[in-house]
Design a protein around this ligand. Structure first.
Ligand code: PNS
Length: 167
């Protein structure tokens, strides 16, 4: 049997502790975890794909071997197939994530029945954290320590000076 490779895909704009928690949890289940950043410049992301890849590489370098970071475009299942991976990992935070994730998992299975989607739940203290809220709270000057890695907070500070509150 070849190496069991999993792909953990996403936008990661930006990466937060919930993502890192899922990466740490799935790592022991596979020989290698490839974190795959979607090239979705059309969604007007805050960080470019190379910036997101750099941040992920920097943080995952501290997590030990077995992680790789790549970007991809086109169909996820085709990328997974090209890597010879057997599984797609997705985080499920709450019931509200379920419908979208369920549709994607079934569509991906329809497109390539050999690939399994594995759902993992992050630690409860990260169950409400999303990249969208991270950006909003940061812009408004809220405290995100503990929810976003310091290296990402620093980059957010360079990109998005907090607006503070106006009278
Ligand atoms: O972090 P996100 O934005 O929720 O990740 C969504 C992602 C990247 C998993 C999804 O948009 C995706 O797989 N896009 C690649 C294109 C594709 O394969 N679309 C069909 C999915 S059923």
């Amino acid at each position: 049997m070849g190496a069991r490779i999993a792909v953990y895909p996403g936008s990661f704009d930006p990466l937060h502790e919930g993502h890192l928690d899922i990466m740490r949890r799935c790592r022991p289940l596979f020989d290698e975890v490839v974190v795959a950043v979607l090239e979705n410049e059309g969604k007007a992301p805050l960080f470019s794909v190379p910036e997101r890849v750099d941040m992920l590489r920097e943080l995952l370098a501290q997590e030990g071997p077995g992680f790789r970071v790549e970007s991809f475009s086109g169909l996820l299942v085709e990328f997974v197939d090209r890597l010879g991976a057997c599984a797609i990992v997705r985080g499920l935070r709450a019931v509200s994530d379920f419908e979208y994730e369920f549709q994607m998992a079934l569509m991906n299975r329809r497109l390539d029945p050999r690939i399994e989607t594995v759902f993992m739940t992050p630690r409860e203290e990260y169950s409400f954290v999303s990249s969208r809220l991270v950006k909003e709270v940061f812009r408004l000057g809220g405290d995100l320590r503990g929810l976003v890695p310091d290296a990402v907070l620093r980059r957010l500070g360079e990109r998005l000076p907090p607006q503070g509150v106006s009278a």
